[in-house]
Design a protein around this ligand. Structure first.
Ligand SMILES: Cc1cc2nc3c(=O)[nH]c(=O)nc-3n(C[C@H](O)[C@H](O)[C@H](O)COP(=O)(O)OP(=O)(O)OC[C@H]3O[C@@H](n4cnc5c(N)ncnc54)[C@H](O)[C@@H]3O)c2cc1C
Length: 394
């Protein structure tokens, strides 16, 4: 097996395949530990995947735990949605994931950049990599592409359907001991400075905060990310406080996100796309670590359970499994209208703050136990807009 890309998707797949005694080469163009531009937040779906991988304990050891997600409306209204969550720098998380794949039995080959994938004959793929100044080729019956949001490798593997990405986000690290003392929440803030998106402040280990903004839908094409970020941190009280006496730990860096489970083929023959290269990052929230691992596990399980029936059976099982997630992605994509409707967003936040039933529903959304479709129904919005609160605001 060849797995290309050692982020959460590739490492999850490599660990599962290698633990099933299959021979796995895990290739990445980078030399680890390597940074990945990210908000670093782990939400419940990441924990579900880590549980399947047997890695919850080791990740918990390096992560900064959070009490939940605080959603802040455009008008400053806010609510704490409780769900298992944490923040862990990707430099450390991905290093741990690579080690877990190697510990499972995979061979890790850093510094290998994908150049081409050729379907050599009925059973084998030939994958070409550049390695320093030389070229290296490897052969395998199964190839898993896990190269994230970059378009070039998806095109080279022949899985690309749409080059353009639908979202863009930037982030920066800031250390602030003073603020970190009493702060254990992942903050998602809607603000007029971030049109078509939201800003975040996530506390991580060693009093280092991950601060960023993301644009979704078509908004990112019209936005100057740096200027928007500067406006956001100048206006949002918490970000402003952090910056006041905080130490800047990194430059502002940005990256596109491939969202919506669209833009690439999931599988053709023995070649499968997993993680963000097939758009597994959520629209609306931009979270994607959990679903990257989940699809990596799904592809690996499909190979393990179906390969005796041939390539089409594996591709079918994987495609059916991943397509089951599609309705959720579709709702999240449509719910991006909230970014442009401050009144509705504020109502949603205040209703959740004052109504336990609805707050549970929101918690269920993060925990994946509530169908998000209520965000698009008339009856759902009637309750949000006209329903009464049944308890004091949190
Ligand atoms: C600013 C920002 C904030 C985000 N915040 C969050 C968050 O807080 N929580 C969350 O869950 N998600 C977040 N995301 C999304 C998250 O980063 C992705 O969903 C996740 O990283 C996808 O994992 P992956 O394994 O599919 O790809 P990646 O993590 O991108 O890993 C891909 C790997 O492939 C390698 N690679 C790329 N090209 C090649 C090549 N040609 N040859 C060989 N190797 C290659 C790369 O070096 C990399 O190691 C954020 C994204 C951005 C941009």
């Amino acid at each position: 097996m060849i797995v290309i890309g050692a982020g959460p998707a590739g490492c999850a797949a490599a660990r599962i395949l290698a633990k099933a005694n299959l021979s796995v080469g895990l290739f990445d163009k980078a030399v680890f530990p390597r940074d990945k531009i990210c908000g670093d937040a782990l939400i419940p779906d990441a924990y579900h995947a880590l549980e399947k991988l047997g890695l919850v304990e080791s990740v918990t050891r390096i992560a900064f735990p959070s009490q939940g997600m605080r959603l802040i409306g455009f008008d400053g209204s806010n609510v704490l949605v409780r769900a298992v969550s944490a923040c862990v720098p990707r430099l450390e998380l991905d290093e741990l994931l690579v080690k877990s794949a190697v510990e499972g039995g995979a061979e890790f080959l850093p510094g290998h950049e994908l150049v081409n994938v050729v379907n050599e004959d009925a059973t084998n793929y030939r994958v070409e990599f550049s390695y320093g100044a030389s070229s290296v080729a490897a052969r395998a019956e199964w190839v898993l592409l896990a190269t994230g949001a970059a378009v070039k490798p998806i095109r080279r593997a022949g899985l690309l359907l749409r080059a353009e990405s639908k979202s863009f986000a930037v982030r920066q690290y800031v250390r602030n001991e003073r603020v970190s003392k009493n702060f254990k929440e992942l903050v998602f803030a809607f603000d007029h400075t971030v049109k078509g998106g939201y800003g975040w402040v996530f506390p991580g280990p060693d009093a280092i905060f991950n601060i960023g903004i993301g644009f979704f839908g078509s908004a990112h094409k019209h936005s100057n990310a740096r200027r928007t970020y500067e406006r956001f941190i100048a206006k949002m009280p918490l970000a402003r406080d952090l910056m006041r006496d905080g130490e800047i730990m990194s430059p502002l860096k940005g990256s596109p996100l491939r969202t919506g489970l669209s833009g690439a083929r999931f599988a053709t023959g023995g070649l499968m796309g997993i993680g963000e290269c097939v758009g597994t990052t959520f629209p609306l929230t931009g979270e994607g670590i959990g679903k990257a691992m989940e699809t990596g596990i799904l592809a690996a399980d499909s190979i393990i359970s179906q390969s005796h029936l041939g390539r089409s059976a594996v591709a079918r099982t994987y495609t059916t499994g991943i397509s089951r997630l599609q309705p959720k992605y579709d709702v999240y994509r449509k719910a991006e209208f909230l970014f442009n409707w401050p009144y509705l967003t504020n109502k949603l936040v205040t209703h959740a703050a004052g109504n336990l039933y609805f707050r549970n529903k929101l918690e269920g959304l993060f925990n994946e136990t509530t169908d998000p479709a209520f965000l698009l129904t008339l009856s759902g919005w009637r309750k949000i807009l006209f329903g009464s609160g049944n308890e004091a605001r949190t």
